[in-house]
Write a protein that binds this ligand. Structure first.
Ligand SMILES: Nc1ncnc2c1ncn2[C@@H]1O[C@H](COP(=O)(O)OS(=O)(=O)O)[C@@H](OP(=O)(O)O)[C@H]1O
Ligand SMILES: Nc1ncnc2c1ncn2[C@@H]1O[C@H](COP(=O)(O)OP(=O)(O)O)[C@@H](O)[C@H]1O
Length: 199
């Protein structure tokens, strides 16, 4: 559909806001099964960045689905729309000069590819939180796997809906062999150079 849209040019650029904040802005995207450790690790990374004076914001599955995306289910189509909207929101925040941490199951490769189109490759860091379905089910933080096994939840990722693991993530964390501190250190090491403003 053709729309009559006219973008107004504002004087303050994304680069101006980054300069004011004294750091670059980008999106750190955590993908993995429910219970894999996305929120725990994103939270710990945000704490570490906040202590360094970095302006951050965390977007998380349950919060977003209670608000802006409360009309969406877990069907494949709705998951695609969920990720698209989150990527658009994250893109605005990156433009605002913020380091955004997003923790979503995001099980489809094509949807994660689309995030890169929205925020641009250079602003996107993919973190694969790799935890086996057996371990996630053992943790069962929210009791969802038990419900899925009992047939009370449909389309449960890893049980009755697919999870397509990334082929080439910038960062992979294996939570069954790496503890939270090790995961945070690995992520910080990768993103620290990205925080520096380009001259
Ligand atoms: N069917 C099904 N499959 C997966 N997850 C489910 C499901 N039903 C509810 N939940 C809860 O919703 C959280 C995942 O939401 P997301 O927005 O991250 O999902 S997705 O990216 O659109 O696939 C997920 O949060 P996390 O456990 O933090 O991953 C669950 O708490
Ligand atoms: N190395 C680890 N990294 C992250 N979480 C871990 C690790 N080891 C155990 N856990 C536990 O696994 C659970 C992960 O839950 P959560 O962060 O909510 O996952 P998700 O956001 O992917 O659904 C937490 O209870 C956390 O304490």
């Amino acid at each position: 559909m053709k729309k009559d849209l006219f973008l107004h040019n504002y004087n303050i650029s994304s680069q101006d806001r980054r300069t004011l904040n004294k750091h670059n802005s980008f999106l750190i995207w955590f993908t993995g099964l429910s219970g894999s450790g996305k929120s725990t690790i994103a939270n710990a990374v945000e704490n570490a960045l906040f202590k360094k004076g970095v302006k951050t914001y965390a977007l998380d599955g349950d919060n977003i689905r209670k608000g802006i995306n409360n009309d969406l289910t877990f069907s494949p189509e709705d998951r695609t729309e969920n990720i698209r909207r989150i990527a658009e929101v994250a893109n605005l925040m990156v433009d605002a000069g913020i380091v955004v941490l997003a923790a979503f199951v995001s099980p489809y490769k094509k949807d994660r590819e689309n995030i890169k189109n929205i925020v641009k490759d250079i602003n996107f860091v993919e973190v694969y939180v790799n935890t086996s379905i057996e371990e996630c089910e053992r943790r069962d933080v929210k009791g969802l796997y038990k419900k899925a096994r009992a047939g009370e939840i449909k389309n449960m990722t890893g049980i009755s809906a697919p999870y397509e693991a990334p082929d080439n993530p910038q960062i992979e964390v294996k939570t069954e062999t790496e503890n939270i501190d090790e995961a945070v250190a690995k992520i910080l090491k990768c993103i620290e150079p990205k925080l520096k403003l380009s001259k």
